[in-house]
Design a protein. Sequence first.
Length: 117
Amino acid sequence: QVQLVESGGGFVQAGGSLRLFCAASSSILSFTVMAWYRQAPGKQRELVATIAKSGSTNSADSVKGRFTISTDNGKNTVYLQMNRLKPEDTAVYSCYEAMAVPRKDYWGQGTQVTVSS
């Protein structure tokens, strides 16, 4: 059973930066897609950014130019670098990884990010 553990969340003022970490208990080379989602109180979960095994990335329009997803295969870690944070970025951020064989999705427990105005 693969486990994903997020860290790096916290409290920051608007305009600041945070870096989120998602450490996997096994090689992330086993996964086809890795992503960060977020969910703010009273809102639906939102896809923030994805990175494929090929290295190609995508991000939501709301974070383009501010957030960057990346990986370190040697450390089995997925990162989300968040710059120029806004109060509307406040949410619980969760890591997601999809395995193709066997087909299974994995989620982390989430880490809280709070941005004050």
